[in-house]
Design a protein around this ligand. Structure first.
Ligand SMILES: Cc1ncc(C[n+]2csc(CCOP(=O)(O)OP(=O)(O)O)c2C)c(N)n1
Ligand SMILES: [Mg+2]
Length: 392
């Protein structure tokens, strides 16, 4: 049932088991990919998932990507100013993935991800104030200041977190899909994971069950080339067909997608979502991307396991935001002036969110046992009723 692109900027999700033989060199390694030209984006823009997008929608994607980047930059500054403690995993460089994929979500589609979760949260429509306040550990945060960077959450937006255990979200992604199927709802679960999660047992158990039970789940590997301090090539057996080919073992559809092109992302993810919604079939997608910052901001060594030249090359030649900006300018969908306005507004929004977070109170000490499983075992001492999701 696979697959796949040979050229890395195109992909097909075949429904028949006719695996193409793809040579090793045909799948570009993340460190040696082809330089995306404007022509690639312009070509991708004509694909079925993108051809009918309105000008407003196209500009909207740009606005969302800029908002995420400015939010991340502002939170980095807040961390350096000592306003944020604990972990901070930034999404800079990967924005096209959250924005492109989540732009395809409908009412019955759900999303769940790992700890690098700010981009997905903003893309589903959570506001910057609640997101920044969560980083500051304030009670106005989306998880009442008790989750921090890794545990954003908003079920009202079909957003199920924010999970710190590598691959811990992958069985939950299967569970969301199972819930949809059980309730007879036509929808799907988008379950994002990093390239460092693909060898976890929980992930393989999830793929097995998803395929065996035909669950409408789309697993999306955000392959940014690195886990915590190790390159993907050093940590994962990398078969000729790339990481997504792990799906072969589970008779599951798979594909490679170029993370530098928001259009390629939408095209590939839409095919997988359609397959999930229409035929209740799972898929495994590998989107090739890059992160500019360290694993977390505490990762001071990130220039020791990769070169400065590599980082600079991505920023200069492969940045999904810059490439998309160039596309919009070339297509005369937006002017320099329009770009500036979007940027100024995003910076102001991020700045305002930092002010909001700063001025918000910390949760009271009496809240420490509120909204935790402990209450389930101590019902007489319960401080809140909690909420049961996904049960109606
Ligand atoms: C089960 C488990 N093992 C180890 C860790 C420590 N850890 C946190 S992130 C990480 C690397 C994951 O890298 P990847 O999946 O590529 O995600 P990225 O940070 O690149 O987004 C590791 C090993 C953990 N959180 N959970
Ligand atoms: Mg990674």
């Amino acid at each position: 049932m696979p697959l796949i692109n040979a050229s890395f900027s195109t992909h097909v999700l075949l429904k028949d088991r006719k695996t193409q033989i793809v040579t090793k060199s045909s799948i570009s390694k993340t460190t040696n990919r082809q330089k995306p030209t404007k022509a690639i984006l312009a070509k991708d823009a004509k694909s079925p998932a993108n051809a009918d997008l309105s000008k407003d929608e196209l500009i909207g994607f740009y606005r969302e990507m800029v908002r995420i980047r400015r939010f991340e930059e502002r939170s980095l500054r807040a961390y350096q100013q000592g306003r944020i403690a604990g972990f901070l995993h930034l999404y800079i460089g990967q924005e096209s993935i959250a924005v492109g994929s989540i732009s395809l979500m409908g009412e019955n589609d759900h999303v769940i991800t790992a700890y690098r979760d700010h981009g997905h949260a903003l893309a589903v429509g959570m506001n910057m104030n609640e997101c920044m306040a969560e980083l500051f550990g304030k009670s106005t945060g989306c998880s009442k200041g008790k989750g921090g960077s890794m545990h954003y959450f908003d079920p009202s937006k079909n957003y199920w977190g924010g999970h710190g255990i590598v691959a811990g979200q992958t069985p939950l992604g299967a569970g969301l899909a199972y819930g949809l199927k059980y309730q007879g709802k036509k929808g799907c679960a988008l379950c994002f994971l990093g390239d460092g999660a693909i060898n976890q047992g929980a992930f393989h158990e999830s793929l097995n069950i998803a395929s065996l039970w035909n669950l409408p789940v789309v697993y999306i590997i955000e392959n940014n080339g690195y886990s915590m301090g190790t390159s993907q090539e050093r940590s994962s057996m990398h078969p000729d067909l790339g990481l997504a080919a792990r799906a072969e073992g589970y008779s599951m559809n798979w594909a490679h997608i170029n993370g530098e092109s928001i259009f390629d992302i939408r095209e590939g993810v839409k095919k997988a979502m359609d397959l999930a919604r229409e035929e209740s079939k799972p898929s495994l997608l590998e989107i090739h991307t890059y992160r500019y910052q360290g694993h977390s901001i505490a990762d001071a060594n990130h220039k020791k396991y990769r070169t400065k030249e590599e980082i600079d090359d991505y920023r200069k030649n492969h940045d999904p935001l810059s490439l998309y900006r160039e596309y919009l300018l070339d297509a005369k969908l937006l002017t320099d002036e329009g770009m500036k306005e979007i940027d100024i507004a995003a910076k102001a929004e991020a700045e305002e969110s930092a002010k909001f977070a700063d001025e918000s109170p910390f949760p009271p000490e009496s809240d420490i046992l509120k909204d935790v499983y402990w209450e389930e075992d101590h019902p007489d001492q319960k401080l809140s009723e909690g909420r049961i999701f996904f049960n109606d």
